[in-house]
Design a protein around this ligand. Structure first.
Ligand SMILES: [Zn+2]
Length: 187
């Protein structure tokens, strides 16, 4: 999956998750409690979007330079575990939620990349320290070809782009674009 697919689908997943959590919190048993703020208002969505791309932002250049492979350290469960521990540490010490946004975005990146198809990378270093080059060859060529011919590539990109454009239009229509750029919150 490429940029628009990762960023847009991660944002869409966050909106859906926010809707589910809001419904659970609005259950009758919680009616007497103080109303909770929406997740989208508590999490920096700019960081979430960075997290959605973080594994590729790191691994593409590092993999190119040192491993001849575009999915290395940041496409592993170990990376997700470490970044989640870091997020928890940040929350414990400063109550900041940006670490969770980064971890959630990165974890979803691995799911959207179907990393279970590459167990030696996903479970690195259990299968050894080396990163295996994917059999589909150069990822840039594969991505460009897939964008033109493979629905599994261009459909997620189109859906992700539609979500991003829709989110942008909502911000513009509500005159919240500047506030969002400053805070990352969907107020
Ligand atoms: Zn990736």
């Amino acid at each position: 999956m490429l940029v628009f697919g990762h960023a847009g689908l991660t944002l869409g997943a966050a909106v859906v998750l926010d809707g589910v959590v809001s419904r659970v919190r609005a259950a009758p048993t919680a009616a007497s409690e103080q109303p909770q703020r929406s997740l989208l208002r508590r999490v920096d969505l700019r960081v979430l979007l960075v997290g959605s791309l973080l594994p590729d932002l790191v691994d593409k250049p590092v993999g190119w330079l040192f491993f001849d492979c575009g999915r290395v350290f940041c496409h592993t469960l170990l990376f997700c575990l470490l970044i989640s521990l870091g997020a928890f540490w940040v929350w414990r010490h400063s109550h900041g939620t940006w670490g969770f946004a980064l971890a959630f975005g990165s974890f979803l990146h691995l799911i959207l990349d179907s990393m279970w198809d590459y167990p030696s990378t996903l479970l690195w270093p259990l299968y050894g320290l080396e990163f295996k080059r994917p059999e589909d060859g150069d990822w840039v060529d594969a991505a460009l070809q897939g964008l033109c011919t493979n629905p599994a590539v261009y459909v997620p990109e189109a859906v992700g782009l539609a979500i991003l454009v829709g989110f942008l239009l909502v911000l513009v229509r509500r005159r919240k674009l500047q506030a969002f750029a400053g805070s990352g919150r969907f107020e």
